[in-house]
Every structure is written in structure tokens, then in C-alpha cells.
Ligand binder design. Structure first.
Ligand SMILES: Cc1ncc(COP(=O)(O)O)c(C=O)c1O
Length: 410
């Protein structure tokens, strides 16, 4: 049932199985990516070195760059490798803000201060915006989402119209990591563009499940990371449209077009690119398979727990195919998670734990949910190793687990 033995890269025999329903947190490496990374780890050479070993490593990096560019509809020169999604988001948000500010000061104009972002962004974006507001002169502006977690273009247009020249950048995720809501990125990017404002999108969750094209989206910057679609943790990229030049966050050797410093991790980059190519080759077929499994998962949960509330958009094109997110009235999400874990079922709560105390999910709160609904929620996310057996195991276990979690909460 959907558990990969990392040594043989084959599903494990049934007695060792866990039901892994947390692919949005991280998904097992694809065997092709694991093989490529393992081979590359045995090679020597810094891609910046001029000798033969260095040039060989450089070729690996540049071929990988071409693959990533092709998969995500970008030019190779637009791909800046990073250590993952968090770094790419920090570089986009802080770097674009600083670049806009520097450009304005260079013209002796008042620098734009407003950073527009939805309130449901991942913490890598959310906290970067907060940081700019706390440490720099930025003014944070949280864009509202509807009760399904979607930002409507009219809301962005209204926020920009308040003071178009004062907006430094707009950042809106392509798809939300908790409730799977897909945003109208192309329309949002067009609005920013009409007003001459750089637009960044965090496409970390969308990249492995939806046809994500940087060029067609009209975005100026886009974040992707490998470990959400079968690559290794620690390799990602910020795609930057031609002429878009954020101020670096990391200073040093200037390896990535002077925008990002640090020795390039050729093994991880190669595995990231291989995973992207394999994923892209079967994405549509896989998305259809996951959507079917996801719909059955929703049906089984609703049958076992009739008062469970599905959060986020209805199953359909507006929702990531591998995502189901429920609130279970009268339960604490953490307790329910541990009860399911004891049965070998792995999922996640939307709530973050701060100093041992469960905090309500900022995503559900932004969607208008009350604290109880937010705290009693769980995310089930499917991926390339998911099977019908996984869904059936959850369907068989959820009813009793919810009853026990409710008794514990009384
Ligand atoms: C939407 C989103 N953005 C950014 C990240 C961070 O990516 P990474 O784990 O590669 O730093 C995640 C990871 O959970 C995510 O879901």
C-alpha cells in the first residue's frame, strides 16, 4: 500500500506497509530520480571549476536546467536553482521588493511600499512579507479569499486601485497547500502587469499536478521545488522572466546569474530535473487517476462521518487532484491524526504547533472558518504511490477514529 523502500525503490511487502496520505508534505522520490542522484553522488566536480571534472558537473547542471525549463514552459536562462521552495519564495518576495525600491530611489522617486499577498500563502511567503513589514519600510496588504480559498481578480484589482504606484509586488500562490484551491493565476498576473507591478507565484503544490507554464501564466517569477513531485528535498528553482532581477538574499560566488550564490548541488539538481521530466510525461494521466481516488476518498469519509465538512473548492478543476481536506466537528485535529497514525495511516493537520499548543490554520481562518472548525481539520493528500487500498484503509478506519477523538475532546 503505497510505501516505497528507498533502498530497492520498490513498494514494500504488505506487513511493513503504512498508508501514506501526506504527499503534499513530501512525496517519495521517483526511482528514476533516485537512480540519477545516486549515480551523480559518486561523481566529483564543482560545476564552477574550469577543469574537466568541473566541466562535466557543469554539463549535468545545464542539461538539468534545460529539462526544468522545458517542463515548466520557461527558457533555460530563466531558471535559477535554489535549495527549494522556501529559499525561492524568500528570494522572490524580498529580492523583488528591494529591487523595486532601489529602482525608485535611483530615479529619486518615492519607493513603492505595499506588498500584496493572499492571507493563505505558505509561511515561506507569508513570513517573508511579515519580515519586510517588520524590518524594512514595507506595508503588508492581505488580499481576501472567498469561503473556498480563492482570490477573485476583482479583489486584486480593487487593492491595486487604492494606490497603483505604491505597490511594490504582488504574490499569489498557484494552488494552496492545505485546501488545494487553484487560483486564477493568469488573470491575476495580467492585472499586475497592466499596472507595471511584478507578479510572483508560488507554484510548489501545483507543479506536480497541473500543467504549469511559466510563459503562459504571465508571471514575472515562479517558485517550484523538487520534493513535491518525486525529486529530492533540497533542490528547487525560482523562474525569473527576462529582465527581472531581484536583489540577492544570499551573497557569495554569484553562481546563479549573480542572483543566487552557493555551490550548485549537481546530484540534487539532476534528480530534480529527472523527476520533473518523468512527472511531466505522465502528469495528465496521473492527475486523472488521483482525482478519481480523491473523489472516492471524499465519498468514503462522508459516508463514515456524515457531518464531516469538506474544506476548499468542490472536487473539479478548481481543486488540486490529490487534495482532500476535512473538518471533523467535535474533534481536535492532532488527536485524530495520532489515532490514525496508530493504525498506520499518515496524514497532516492544517494547524501549526507553537510551543506545544495547536494553533488554528491561518488558511481556514482566512476562509472564514471559526477556530473549532479550523482546529478539528485534517488534510489527506495523494501522490504517485497512492492506491485504492490506501483510500479503503482510511475509509475503514476514519469512523471509529472520529468517535474516539470526540470522546477524548469532551
Ligand atoms: C506552497 C508551498 N510553498 C513553499 C513550500 C516550501 O518548499 P520547500 O519545502 O522546498 O522549502 C511548501 C512546502 O510545503 C509549500 O507547500
Amino acid at each position: 500500500m503505497g510505501y516505497i523502500d528507498y533502498v530497492s525503490a520498490r513498494p514494500r511487502p504488505s506487513e511493513d506497509c503504512v498508508v501514506y496520505l501526506d504527499h503534499a508534505a513530501t512525496t517519495p522520490m521517483l526511482p528514476e530520480a533516485l537512480a540519477a542522484m545516486t549515480e551523480e553522488l559518486g561523481q566529483l566536480g564543482n560545476p564552477s571549476s574550469l577543469h574537466n571534472a568541473g566541466r562535466r558537473a557543469r554539463r549535468v547542471v545545464e542539461e538539468s536546467r534545460e529539462q526544468i525549463a522545458e517542463v515548466f514552459g520557461a527558457r533555460p536562462s530563466e531558471v535559477i536553482f535554489t535549495s527549494g521552495g522556501t529559499e525561492a519564495d524568500n528570494l522572490a518576495v524580498k529580492g523583488l521588493y528591494w529591487a523595486r525600491r532601489a529602482a525608485a530611489l535611483g530615479r529619486s522617486a518615492a519607493p513603492p511600499r505595499r506588498v500584496l499577498a493572499t492571507a493563505i500563502e505558505h509561511h515561506a511567503v507569508l513570513d517573508s512579507v511579515h519580515w519586510l513589514a517588520g524590518h524594512e519600510d514595507a506595508a503588508e496588504h492581505w488580499l481576501p479569499v472567498d469561503e473556498t480559498g480563492v482570490l477573485h481578480p476583482a479583489a486584486l484589482a480593487e487593492a491595486i486601485a487604492e494606490d497603483p504606484d505604491g505597490v511594490a509586488l504582488v504574490t499569489v500562490m498557484w494552488a494552496n497547500n492545505e485546501v488545494g484551491a487553484v487560483q486564477p493565476v493568469t488573470e491575476l498576473a495580467a492585472l499586475a502587469r497592466e499596472n507595471g507591478i511584478p507578479f510572483h507565484t508560488d507554484a510548489v503544490q501545483a507543479a506536480g499536478q497541473l500543467p504549469v507554464s511559466f510563459a503562459s501564466s504571465g508571471a514575472d517569477a515562479m517558485t517550484v521545488t523538487g520534493h513535491k513531485f518525486g525529486g529530492p528535498v533540497g533542490a528547487g528553482a525560482l523562474l525569473l522572466a527576462r529582465g527581472v532581477q531581484p536583489v540577492p538574499v544570499l551573497h557569495g560566488g554569484g553562481q546563479e546569474s549573480e542572483v543566487r550564490s552557493g555551490t550548485l548541488d549537481a546530484p540534487a539538481i539532476r534528480a530534480f530535473a529527472v523527476a520533473a521530466a518523468v512527472m511531466a510525461g505522465r502528469r495528465d494521466e496521473e492527475a486523472a487517476r488521483l482525482a478519481k481516488l480523491r473523489d472516492d476518498l471524499i465519498a468514503q469519509i462522508t459516508a463514515a462521518v456524515p457531518d464531516a465538512v469538506l474544506n476548499g473548492p468542490l472536487a473539479g478543476p478548481g481543486r488540486l487532484p490529490g487534495n482532500a481536506h476535512f473538518s471533523f466537528p467535535g474533534c481536535e485535529g492532532d488527536a485524530l491524526l495520532m489515532l490514525l497514525d496508530a493504525k498506520g495511516i499518515a496524514c497532516s493537520t492544517g494547524s501549526a504547533c507553537t510551543a506545544g499548543v495547536a494553533q488554528p490554520s491561518h488558511v481556514l481562518l482566512a476562509m472564514g472558518a471559526d477556530e473549532a472548525r479550523s482546529r478539528g481539520s485534517l488534510r489527506f493528500s495523494l501522490g504517485h504511490t497512492s492506491t485504492q487500498d490506501d483510500v479503503d484503509a482510511l475509509g475503514a478506519a476514519i469512523g471509529e477514529a472520529v468517535q474516539r477523538a470526540r470522546r477524548a475532546a469532551r
